[in-house]
Design a protein around this ligand. Structure first.
Ligand code: TYC
Length: 110
């Protein structure tokens, strides 16, 4: 037969604090895909130069991604935090505008 004691507690802590295990909410920030779009006018060498300059790709990697964009219409060139993605898009768009090429670069939540 269980003995249930329902009287006042006697643990000397005045019931002042209750420790509850919690799981800290550490939601990782969302990531953004940065994409390059194909067009009929931007020279291939310019796109390769953009990929080397702003995305740290070597020449072979840059050429391969440029060809993917050329054939498929677009490609993801990197995945970044919102702030970094915005910066990359702005850098590419500014550089393309300076050289009067219609190259388009966009970002999208992953
Ligand atoms: N289609 C372009 C050409 O034939 C090359 C190109 C590749 C343009 C990738 C844009 O994002 C691009 N000159």
């Amino acid at each position: 037969m269980p003995l249930i004691f329902a009287g006042p507690d006697n643990d000397d802590d005045s019931d002042a604090s209750v420790v509850v295990a919690t799981r800290p909410k550490t939601k990782r920030p969302p990531l953004y895909k940065v994409m390059l779009l194909n067009d009929d006018y931007t020279p291939m060498e310019f796109v390769v130069a953009v990929l080397e300059r702003f995305f740290g790709l070597n020449h072979a990697q840059a050429f391969e991604i440029m060809l993917t964009v050329h054939k498929k219409g677009l490609a993801v060139v990197g995945v970044f935090s919102h702030e970094i993605a915005e910066t990359k898009v702005a850098q590419v768009m500014d550089f393309a505008r300076q050289h009067q090429h219609p190259l388009q670069c966009t970002m999208e939540k992953e």
